[in-house]
Design a protein around this ligand. Structure first.
Ligand SMILES: [Zn+2]
Length: 258
């Protein structure tokens, strides 16, 4: 079944518009501010941003990365988040079309975008997203063909439980806290949406990528022992990889031993 191209354009625009809202969440959630009011304003001069200056990606380019009123520079991260979410939404739409699976994974991936940037900025993962994500993922599992509620429930327990054990073991061995509770709840949320098999993949692949980058960062900074790099973005990256390439990667991995 192939859909007219306007559907795909619409999917990208949908993702970018939601990405614009995600920007608001990224900046306001960690400060405990409302994500609904007040409307967006320039952080420099306080003048409110009118709708025609608030078009995802396009306005940033037209205004050449500056506020219309005071010409203060606007962060390139706004259009980046919009383009990223637009691209993810388009890719999901290409894979799942108009379906409940698309809706579920659209919500899931958008949440991961918010989590990634908040974790990069503040080294926290807000409970508002991870805990409600666990509930939403579990509800979706009753209606999704690949999932099923038992699979989702087991995913929550395995995701939360395994990382809890790793964090506990790390703290016991080193006397330091290496992994935050936020990562534990995030992995439980991933299990809720993607099922328990995804957890094995996500833990294995994110530890691999995380330790390579972690060691590189330690060598560059000449620090040792302490994990200063947030783990959430690695988990998010690998979860997205799992959605699009999980099956072929697992098949390839299992074929190496033969
Ligand atoms: Zn301004």
């Amino acid at each position: 079944m192939s859909l007219p191209i306007v559907f795909y354009i619409f999917a990208f625009i949908l993702g970018a518009v939601v990405g614009s809202f995600l920007n608001v969440c990224i900046y306001r959630l960690p400060e405990g501010k409302s994500i609904v009011t007040p409307p967006s304003a320039c952080p420099k001069c306080g003048s409110s941003i009118r709708w025609f200056d608030n078009i995802p990606i396009v306005s940033f380019l037209i205004l050449r990365a500056r506020c219309r009123a005071c010409h203060a520079p606007v962060s390139w991260r706004y259009p980046l988040v919009e383009a990223l979410n637009g691209t993810l939404t388009l890719l999901l739409f290409m894979k799942y079309g108009i379906s409940l699976a698309f809706l579920a994974l659209f919500i899931f991936c958008s949440s991961l975008v918010v989590i990634t940037f908040i974790d990069l900025d503040h080294q926290i993962i807000p409970d508002e997203i991870s805990l409600s994500g666990i509930v939403v993922g579990f509800i979706f599992s009753f209606f999704l063909p690949w999932s099923g509620w038992l699979n989702s429930l087991f995913g929550i327990l395995l995701g939360g439980g395994s990382l809890f054990l790793v964090a506990w073991g790390y703290a016991k061995l080193t006397g330091k806290e290496g992994m935050g509770g936020g990562d534990i709840k995030l992995l439980a949320m991933m299990g809720a949406f993607l099922g328990w098999r995804s957890i094995l993949f996500i833990i294995f692949a994110s530890s691999l990528i995380g330790s390579v980058i972690g060691v590189a960062a330690m060598l560059i900074q000449k620090k040792d022992g302490k994990l200063a790099i947030p783990f959430g973005p690695f988990l998010a990256l690998v979860a997205v990889l799992y959605i699009f390439y999980g099956r072929p990667i697992i098949t390839w991995y299992l074929s190496i031993g033969r």
